[in-house]
Design a protein around this ligand. Structure first.
Ligand code: ATP
Ligand code: MG
Ligand code: MG
Length: 354
């Protein structure tokens, strides 16, 4: 059987390793953290930094294909590996997803809408951007934001100085505030032969900027659902992508139904796709392993409606009650320290089929 390298050893890497094991593939986790949740379940763990070239060369030597579960892996790391072993998805997908401006430019080039935006390097740029986009608006670091970190909301001109300070001097982007009434996401996959499959559109609720709950199906009209699939397929083809990709959208109420704006993409399996392990024949994790290993993709069919909820920090203490519920599929990540805001596990409640 083949050996799959996974850059990043968090819960996403752990669930990828579990899916790979069902296909008799070996997995090697590459992560600087000795206690990485994925390392417990993988065949091996290379505990080294992403800039450690000799460790990366050992990974490349030992693997047939390498993937990543974490989009802040340095692009240099992936380029270095890609000279020695296939890396799927490739460096261009990673580079685009790491940069909010490249990401939005790509979406627009492919005919999707996004929030209006402008690059911001300094106070003069920010003043000009506020004048052209209006308020409210959101200032975000161009790179390395997650769970709402590296963002500041501006409701008046007086917020400008503090917002710019929160960017710590790095490049930023001002986005006009999108008056959405729902947030939705699509988990799609592209195989080595270019076949594309997409799971059903998901409706997401956040708490404290962290995903709280995902509901499937989303209460969104069929035309908007089709538009989401069209956009995801266009992005996958444009990036010559192999593997699972998530696209986050804002859904803005329109005359009939909703208009979709692309918020961001994640070049990996995604928290809003965890329900697929409980409500589909093939999970997002298996689909990703199939894609990068060159196996055929499966139709992304759903057998149940469902609601997935994250267990954040001490919510993991609900375990005995959840374990007793026959409609619940429970998944814990083996993390010892239930710090506030830390994703400890999730559960999916199956609710029949509409
Ligand atoms: P993630 O953890 O999903 O990677 P992130 O830190 O990359 O999050 P975004 O997804 O860009 O950040 O934004 C986080 C949340 O903030 C969004 O899900 C949405 O609720 C809100 N938000 C972001 N941008 C806008 C916008 N332009 N208009 C309105 N709300 C926004
Ligand atoms: Mg993000
Ligand atoms: Mg997001």
């Amino acid at each position: 059987g083949a050996t799959i390298g996974i850059l990043g050893g968090g819960q996403l890497g752990r669930m990828l390793a579990m899916a790979a094991a069902r296909f008799s593939y070996r997995t090697i986790i590459f992560d600087p953290d000795a206690a990485a949740p994925a390392a417990q379940l993988a065949s091996a763990h290379i505990c080294a930094g992403y800039d450690d070239q000799s460790a990366l060369d050992r990974l490349a030597e030992a693997c047939d294909v390498v993937t990543y579960e974490f989009e802040n892996v340095p692009v240099e790391t992936v380029r270095h590996l890609a000279g020695k072993v296939p890396v799927r998805p490739g460096a261009r997908a990673l580079e685009t997803a790491q940069h909010r401006i490249l990401e939005k430019e790509m979406a627009r080039r492919l005919g999707a809408e996004t929030a209006a935006f402008a690059p911001v390097q300094n106070r003069a740029d920010l003043d000009a951007a506020i004048a052209s986009l209006g308020l409210p608006a959101i200032l975000k670091t161009t790179r390395f934001g997650y769970d709402g970190k590296g963002q500041a909301r501006l409701t008046s001109r007086e917020d400008a100085a503090a917002a710019l300070e929160a960017m710590a001097g790095g490049p930023a982007i001002l986005e006009s505030f999108v008056p959405f009434d729902r947030e939705v996401s699509l988990i799609a996959a592209r195989g080595i032969d270019g076949t594309v499959t997409a799971f059903d559109l998901v409706e997401n609720e956040h708490r404290n900027h962290i995903l709280h709950r995902s509901t499937v199906p989303a209460s969104i009209d069929a035309a908007a659902r089709q538009e989401a699939t069209r956009i995801a397929a266009a992005i996958l083809a444009d990036l010559d992508y192999v593997g699972v990709l998530a696209v986050e959208f804002f859904a803005v109420p329109a005359e009939t139904g909703h208009r979709l704006l692309v918020n961001e993409i994640a070049p990996r399996v995604h928290n809003s796709g965890h329900w697929t392990e409980a409500a589909c024949v093939v999970s997002q994790f298996e689909q990703h392993i199939r894609a990068i290993a060159g196996l055929p993709l499966q139709p992304a069919l759903r057998h149940s409606d469902c609601v997935m909820q994250n267990l954040i920090g001490e919510e993991v203490d609900r375990l005995p009650e959840l374990a007793d519920d026959p409609a619940i599929f429970l998944h814990l990540y083996g993390k010892k320290d239930a710090r506030p805001g830390r994703k400890m596990g999730h559960f999916t409640r199956l609710v029949g089929k509409s």
